[in-house]
Design a protein around this ligand. Sequence first.
Ligand code: SAH
Ligand code: DHB
Ligand code: MG
Length: 225
Amino acid sequence: MSKEQWAAVDQYIANLFTPPDPILEAALDDSLEAGLPQIAVSPIQGQLLMLLARSHSAKRILEVGTLGGYSTIWLGRALPADGSLLTLEASPKHAAVARANIERAGLADRVEVRVGPAQDTFPQLISEAGQPFDLIFLDADKQSYPAYLEWSLQLSRPGTLIIADNVIRKGQIVDPESEDVNVQGARQFNERLAVDPRIDAIVLQTVGSKGYDGFALALVNGERA
Ligand code: SAH
Ligand code: DHB
Ligand code: MG
């Protein structure tokens, strides 16, 4: 199996299930134009996120790592009219592009982009002690995934679904000696998911237009941490 084949099959699936969408395409075009890295979730992954959020009837969503707001729009579209999505982004530049994309998608009334390193904004959120989130999507720096998991649990309730992108890293995840801090972060994250009594979880490896990587799915089953 080659990367070209994975991409061709991704295209086949996308052609079947994700019809052309000018708003999502404009979000990617404007992100590219602004010089943002092209690392948004694929259309298929976006549709998966949307379906997971809808099947979970998520009304309060937290995203960590906004980039240009592409995954934000997919998740935001799963919300009912009175739902809300908060997305955390370290880069003011990325946040500005995202806000314009979210506005064009007609989601500005439901989506808030909060700027700052999640190392600051997560603890802020915890101290605000609001309602727990129904779904949390982790997609920022992988090095910090173990910390994000702990904070996410503090913002969860039994039944909260935590999803994390990029937990396989081209298969590097199996290398305990890896010197890549992102690989080490994802390894610690996966190990904690596996053993934490507050969570039932699985990791799925995926191939497609973004190469070889994977998603983690974790369901919070304990008392609020
Ligand atoms: N979820 C997006 C892609 C996110 S890419 C999508 O699929 O469309 C990762 C993003 O995380 C980048 O925009 C990067 O600036 C941001 N990021 C990296 N480190 C961060 C941190 N410590 N806190 C908050 N955001 C961070
Ligand atoms: C990178 C980050 C991502 O969130 C992703 O989906 C792919 C790549 C990266 O930082 O290289
Ligand atoms: Mg990602």
